[in-house]
Design a protein around this ligand. Sequence first.
Ligand code: AMP
Ligand code: MG
Length: 421
Amino acid sequence: MSNRDLPADCDSVGLQGLLSVSEALQRIRSALKPVVGFERCALRDAHRRTVALPVTSPLNVPAYINSAMDGYALNSADIPATGEITLQVTGSSFAGTPFNGTVKTGQAVRIMTGAVVPDGADTVVMQELAKRDGEQVTIGCGHKAGENVRHIGEDIAKGGVVLTPGQRIRAPELGLLASLGVAEVTVRRRLRVATFSTGDELCSIGEQPREGQIYDSNRYSLYGMLRDLGVEHIDMGVIRDDEQAISEAFESASTIADVVITSGGVSVGEADFVKQTLDRLGQVDFWKIAMKPGKPLAFGQVNGATFFGLPGNPVSVMATFYQIVQPSLRYLCGENTTQPLRLKVQTADRLKKRPGRADFQRGILRSSDNGELQVHTTGNQGSHILSSMSQANCFIILSAESGAVEPGEWVVVEPFEGLFN
Ligand code: AMP
Ligand code: MG
């Protein structure tokens, strides 16, 4: 069993003329600038958008001293050094209905989680450690002064920065802002992304495929991936493999959108046709990326819009989107760069591979019988096997140099699911 350590650049160039994924990412990054323009928007509308101006807290959280437990609030001076003490229960403090008096020596107040700790009290003894008898409660020794009490500003201090520019607003950030009573937030303007699929073989849902035709699936996987990102998506459907149609589509897409993403038409044999159109409208490079699936990729500018020409095969579209387009779009949205979560696990299956390009195989990450995480292959790794993306819950990333991997060897995986995005 060997430990298959990946070099830092796990997708280094394997064959001449191929560009590694990280090199492609760097080239793209250096050509891009995040969108300019801020807008105030209501909290819910800020979901999945990028913070543009720092958000400071208008209040302390917690705003008042409150109890972390159901129990009895008392003064720590009453905690006995040895033995027990019996205190008089003089009232109760519930969440939303505080006790208005003062807790004096020899007294305690029944208190619930989140309720205000009354004046005179500084400690809460949890109810499981207290013996209640009528209007009296007995507690033992060993309690620490101040236990089970939450302090003002302990979570967030008034005036403190809670969100900084470049942060993506996800579910926890929505909750955090709501906990401060913040109703609006200043975010970057939404990125506009236009997409279309190319290919005479494509038919749309609702049409009857003729012999040799297939349904356009890239349109929908791109829709889902872009929606997850929270960008504004302009879906232009299928464009025929016709110079005039392609040219018109590029012209209108680039006028309405910041980014144009197409699928199909960039592989060898097809590239010439699209290339002529793009040469006329902008500056586009046709790259061969050292990744599998997804070798061909076009990148550049069309009429001032950023252009990504993805390969046609459905799995290639998703792999190049997640590895190359998504981080680039996040950068354009003004988001801070984050590294994807990658884990090292043992493979349960043999993974076929030839040295040359970095593989992004589809894997299923799950616990083995002894509780260790293991990855399984989804089987056929063809770039047309879209069901492999659906079955999988991670990419298995094998470096360009790597050959086949035997069961028990360690591999790097990138889980598909974040808890929130
Ligand atoms: P291309 O890069 O245009 O040569 O396409 C490569 C392969 O992907 C061909 O088998 C196409 O039929 C297929 N393909 C291209 N576009 C789509 C699409 N939008 N949906 C499903 N398959 C596609
Ligand atoms: Mg095509």
